[in-house]
Design a protein around this ligand. Sequence first.
Ligand code: ADP
Length: 487
Amino acid sequence: MKYVIALDAGTTSVRAFVYDFLQKKFVYRAQQEVGQSFPHPGWVEQDADEIYFKSAYVLNDCLRFAGEGEVAGIGLTNQRETTVLWDRLTGEPVCPAISWQCRRTSDWCASLDAPTKELVRARTGLVPDAYFSASKICWDLEHVPAACRLLADGRLCAGTVDSYLLFKFTEGKSFVTDVTNASRTMLFNIHTLSWDDELLARFSIPRSILPEVRDSDARLGEISARGRVLPIAGLAGDQQAALVGQGCLHTGEGKITYGTGMFLLFSTGGRAVASSSGLLTTVGYRIGGKTAYALEGSAFHAGSGVQWLRDGLGIIPDAAATQQLAESVPDSGGAVFVPAFTGLGAPHWNAQARALFAGISRGTTRAHLVRAVLESIAYEARELVDCIRGDGVPVSCVRCDGGASANDFLMQFQADVLDVPVDRPQERESTALGAAMLCALSLGLADERSLIEYRGVGQVFRPDPRRRDAREEGYRAYLNAVRRALL
Ligand code: ADP
């Protein structure tokens, strides 16, 4: 059998990929968009049933391509934190899934008392926030009468998208999740790797409604597909799957995803490092019975600045044009951009900050502005990487993915600003690759050491020591502009 299938249940689409072990690459992919609804300002919901049906559709598409006899198993990755409540008897969702993006429980989180916030931080590695699943489960238990009835009847299940999909695919036989998804619920003790009874009691969430927690390389169940039974094996939340797909298995190795926003995840090995600057401590993966932790940081806006240049200002025809424009000038001519369109995340955590351009002079051109926007992405990453370094983790290698990592100027600038090599893989679908690799590890088709080979060597951007002083000066100017954005 030469294939494994990776299913990536994302926020806006579900996608399935056929990975060929002989050719070491994806040879087929299928995609279906999934909807989101916005019933009130700040609310975001999804239909879990739609996610399931469309997942089954793309999976079948891949199985048709591969031929069932050639597929060894299916690995799964998914959008994290989004919360589903369903009936254990029928498998039907009880109410709309509350998306990770939904802010309806912000006040609930803000109203938690100081000792509870501290407990969350110590046990889960998270900063209490509406983002995570706990407050979403509490909201449903408070506002959805059908959920309370099912709870009273002992029929309620609550979990993240992975656990719902696995429940459906196995016709209710598997009610499971994995350590990485569990670590985003605000209910999971990342040190003991079990649901935290004290947090469950504080939030009045019964343990019985939560799934069993498995390792990232666990066998999770079986699916009957087109007359055959296939193992579902290997599971991780999307950012953690990308960490595995990028082969970041040693302390200090990490990945930066340059999409609409920016997501950093750096492995800290067997040590759960508590951040002193507001980064999250999370489970990176658990493979072969060994837990690796990670520090996670994110910026709300990265590629969205490039979108704004195109759609808001109309000064570039497309995102790719930014590379040539940025390279057409030796520097930004003193222009500095801070992409705080909706506030600033770690380490500032300021929702009121707004984006700004500073240092504009009569000589500033379109090329300077474009360059300043790209530079700001690299500076944002530098701030987060400095936080990781400040927490005692030596950052040795950065692997990149996401739409904006296609930009050679940005990647070179990033290497210079971080003073570490930035490594762009051949296969930039790191998340799906991670799910395929976890499946391969689970089924014994690959071992941990060989993971990096499957990723494939792409291009390595090495820091240019001649540019160091100019970059440091640019970074200081950026930090000054950030201070102004915070006023
Ligand atoms: P998401 O998964 O968040 O939708 P993607 O990983 O698809 O994002 O990346 C899309 C983002 O990358 C967009 O914001 C776009 O402006 C930016 N982008 C795409 N190509 C380039 C490029 N060549 N240079 C700079 N930014 C780019």
